[in-house]
Ligand binder design. Structure first.
Ligand SMILES: [Zn+2]
Length: 279
């Protein structure tokens, strides 16, 4: 018996197309390793069950060749490709670490592309998603970035790494009122981080009222939430490379922002950590 085909996350067609998370044109710009291997793990935590680990380690092949099946060929070769082509001239210098200033128009294109990538990645497994259909369709139709997305571009000095981290959680804040209401998406807070050459791309997203990752965890000594935010815009003309330059520890502390935020009081939840890295 064949498995029922999933639906494209951006329309009603079957999801019949595989999307490279790191697009093919980008591969030659990313670090090349002689005998590439990668890990792709997921850790599911439930307060009653504990942690369940799944996924493979030390799989042959470069991490940047992974593909996700969540969209249809029409979307993938249509509006998604157009957005990618529009973003490419700005992504290339960011990846290489060459100087680039992003005005509102260019920055919006890059932010849209990051939002698209994050939403596709979110739907690699359908039981940990956060962004509802109306917001996915609004990105497709109007280029609207969900208003609960905060997007950061941060420079780092890891030379050979390729990483991807997604941490998603279904949180309910403790107290007399159920916040959020006890229905809706399986997850309501997430952070996604991935390396693109010299840039760490990071997304924080919370769909709970009065809950932000940024307010619960400030990075030290420089608060990257204040200095490296691409979206919503901080300034008119943001320039990269910019400070701080994160080292390995800095990259992992930004990537773990949600984990660190969750260790504070008044929140509990069922969490999933999806982690892919070369090595
Ligand atoms: Zn589609």
């Amino acid at each position: 018996m064949s498995r029922p085909q999933k639906q494209c996350i951006f329309c009603t067609n079957p999801a019949n197309s595989k999307e490279h998370f790191w697009p093919e044109w980008m591969h030659e710009l990313l670090p090349q390793l002689p005998d590439p291997r990668h890990n792709r793990k997921a850790y599911h935590y439930h307060p009653k069950v504990g942690t369940i680990e799944e996924g493979a380690s030390h799989r042959p092949g470069a991490l940047h060749t992974i593909k996700i099946r969540a969209v249809c060929a029409t979307c993938n070769t249509g509006w998604m490709r157009n957005l990618e082509e529009a973003a490419r001239p700005f992504l290339t210098p960011l990846i290489k670490g060459s100087l680039i200033a992003l005005g509102v128009e260019q920055g919006t294109i890059v932010a849209r592309w990051v939002a698209l990538k994050c939403i596709v990645a979110e739907h690699a497994s359908r039981d940990t998603t956060l962004t509802p259909e109306t917001d996915r369709f609004a990105l497709r139709d109007r280029g609207a970035i969900p208003d609960y997305f905060q997007i950061y571009l941060i420079n780092h000095n890891i030379k050979h790494g390729i990483r991807y981290n997604r941490h998603s959680v279904g949180i309910s804040l403790t107290g007399p009122v159920s916040n959020p209401p006890p229905w809706g998406r399986p997850k309501n807070v997430q952070s996604i981080s991935f390396l693109l050459g010299r840039i760490l791309v990071h997304l924080n997203a919370s769909r709970i009222e009065n809950y932000t990752i940024e307010s619960r965890y400030r990075t030290f000594p420089i608060n990257v939430w204040e200095t490296c935010r691409l979206w919503p815009f901080v300034g008119n003309n943001m320039v990269w490379p910019r400070r701080p330059l994160l080292d390995r520890g800095g990259v992992s502390s930004v990537s773990s922002a949600l984990e660190i935020a969750l260790s504070g009081p008044r929140s509990r939840g069922v969490t999933t950590l999806q982690r892919a890295r070369d090595g």
